[in-house]
Design a protein around this ligand. Structure first.
Ligand SMILES: [Zn+2]
Length: 132
């Protein structure tokens, strides 16, 4: 099972992730962290979904190609009226994106980002840090 703990992130990424979570909390937005670190095995299973396994495609990253595999990304979801807003249409997502970027994170929901994934925030330059 993939981790939801900030403490499972890489030590040099934890302060940025924590600053993001703290800023969201201070702004009064309710948010859950749904994934931090994910093993290559878990990435393989996720990548298979919608390709060789049932379900919809949820990631374009094969094993070893996601910042989650190195503890350098986190996925979040806002709570709107007490419920997870998975649809991504609520304006609170833009607030989360802005807060994450202000904390120094890259947001995969930003215009022009190489892939579009609203819940995904990652360490700038993660590939260099991961050594890939
Ligand atoms: Zn992600």
């Amino acid at each position: 099972m993939a981790s939801r703990l900030l403490s499972d992130l890489r030590p040099d990424f934890q302060p940025l992730a924590q600053a993001f979570v703290d800023a969201v909390s201070a702004s009064g937005i309710d948010m859950l962290v749904t994934c931090t670190q994910r093993s290559n095995e878990e990435q393989a299973a996720l990548y298979a979904q919608g390709r060789t396994a049932p379900g919809a495609i949820v990631t374009d990253a094969p094993p070893g190609e996601s910042a989650h595999n190195y503890g350098l990304a986190l996925d979040v979801v806002p709570l709107v009226n007490g419920k997870c807003d998975w649809q991504g249409s609520h304006p609170v997502w833009q607030q989360l994106g802005a807060l994450g970027q202000a904390a120094g994170l890259e947001w995969a929901g930003a215009p022009g980002f190489p892939f579009h994934e609203l819940p995904h925030f990652q360490m700038p330059g993660w590939r260099t840090l991961a050594g890939i």
